[in-house]
Design a protein around this ligand. Structure first.
Ligand SMILES: [Zn+2]
Length: 441
């Protein structure tokens, strides 16, 4: 399959994020084969896409997501929560215990259809369904394949529901990681999922460390999301959450620590020295009133900080705007951290995806995966390498994604999904299952 995208302004992401005018993008066999003037690329082509009046950029990467939260939208039954622990007790842990495999499946498919619409083509998910754990990642993998995007999956192991559920979660991670390694599907990758240090015993952390190492995957865990996580680990183990996880060998180059809102300076040094990837999720942190992570401090200490949404949205350009405003508030400085925040989405997330997938992903360059989006955008001020990040955060973030490709396959064209997913039918099925889930809640 040879596809030529021409007539648009190319934005590359990466560092530096470049702007290329007068260039066409040739896609061959799922990869970006050439970026050159249109006249320099000989035909024939199976398809040509005219990107006039559009910017052509890489598909976006979400570094921390929970597909399973879809059916909670509008659920009004949870009791008011005064703090993060009560949010978990009153809502999320009540919900995930009631999820069936069918709920898991539809939750993922609905979100993934929306991800195509928003131009997010790679998602790192963290899944929990304690009483429907076995086979859950396979069901999500099926939804990922049907949608045509890429996802890195894991199961959230926790000791909060007893030994049998812990064992099922450990096994689900190990089984899915083995399957991923043997099948080598370029749309799927695995990490080993853990809930958070405050719901895990030392014995479970040690078992996870061995299983994850044997499977050859890193870990994906919530870290210091709320002050209560740190307080619990200090009280019961004499260590911060970061130090305790590091002590069990769970941090490192292949691992993702989500949140790190309450990472101390020493914790930040440890995250840097272990080369652990931090996924910052500002909308969720603001919503749960747990605080705003010190992204500026972490980056200055050498931590790789990327951007997730924690299921608040699949629209990464919405999330980065909030990240910008929140960091200004956190640092009490309205002009700080522009590059540090911009780099989370446009440089660090592509690096994470490239590391997880093992080939260039998330940047628009020759040889990279052909995950590409076309966005309607007429720049009202000069658009070049010096201004592109401002355009992305303040302008392109407000524009509409027109066309989405992943692995060289067109998933949406002219704002119409063409990956085979019927959004109306999916939503109808989702509403049916939501009513039943809410009854059980
Ligand atoms: Zn999360």
């Amino acid at each position: 399959m040879r596809i030529l995208i021409h007539g648009g302004t190319v934005i590359t992401f990466g560092s530096p994020c470049r702007v290329l005018e007068g260039r066409a993008v040739l896609i061959e066999d799922g990869r970006i084969a050439r970026i050159a003037p249109k006249e320099a690329i000989p035909g024939p082509f199976d398809r040509t896409l005219d990107a006039t009046g559009k910017v052509v950029m890489p598909g976006l990467v979400n570094a921390h997501m929970h597909f399973y939260s879809t059916l909670v939208r509008g659920l009004g039954k949870a009791a008011p929560s005064a703090n993060f622990q009560e949010v978990l007790d009153n809502l999320w842990w009540r919900l995930d215990r009631k999820l069936s495999l069918d709920d898991v499946d539809i939750s993922a498919e609905v979100v993934l259809a929306d991800a195509v619409r928003k131009g997010t083509t790679t998602l790192v998910d963290h899944h929990a369904s304690p009483f429907a754990a076995a086979g859950s990642l396979d069901r999500i993998a099926g939804a990922v394949r049907r949608s045509g995007v890429r996802a890195c999956l894991c199961y959230e192991v926790s000791d909060r529901d007893g030994q049998a559920v812990t064992d099922a979660g450990l096994e689900e991670n190990a089984a899915f990681a083995r399957r991923c390694a043997s099948e080598k599907d370029p749309h799927l990758r695995a990490l080993f999922g853990l809930h958070a240090a405050f719901t895990l015993t030392d014995a479970t952390l040690d078992r996870a460390a061995v299983l994850g190492r044997d499977a050859g995957v890193g870990f994906h865990v919530h870290v210091a999301e709320a002050a209560s996580d740190v307080a619990y680990n200090l009280q019961h183990h004499g260590l911060t959450s970061v130090a305790r996880l590091a002590g069990h060998g769970l941090l490192g180059r292949g691992s993702i620590a989500a949140h790190c809102v309450h990472a101390s300076e020493a914790d930040q040094e440890l995250l840097a020295s272990t080369d652990t990837f931090v996924a910052h999720n500002p909308q969720s942190n603001l919503n749960n009133a747990v605080g705003i992570a010190d992204v500026l401090g972490m980056v200055r200490r050498g931590v790789r900080v990327g951007l997730g949404t924690d299921a608040m949205t699949v629209n990464m350009l919405e999330e980065i705007r909030v990240a910008m405003w929140a960091q200004h508030l956190r640092q009490d400085n309205p002009t700080c951290a522009f590059m540090e925040i911009a780099n989370t989405l446009f440089a660090r997330n592509p690096e994470l995806a490239t590391q997880l997938w093992g080939f260039p992903l998330g940047t628009l360059e020759e040889g990279a995966a052909a995950d590409v989006i076309l966005v309607d955008y007429h720049p009202p001020t000069p658009l070049d390498g010096n201004t592109v990040l401002g355009h992305l955060v303040f302008g392109i973030s407000q524009a509409t994604v027109d066309t989405t490709l992943c692995a060289g396959r067109i998933l949406m064209e002219g704002k119409v999904l063409c990956n085979g997913l019927d959004e109306a039918a999916l939503a109808a099925r989702s509403r049916e299952l939501a009513v039943k889930l809410w009854d059980r809640f």
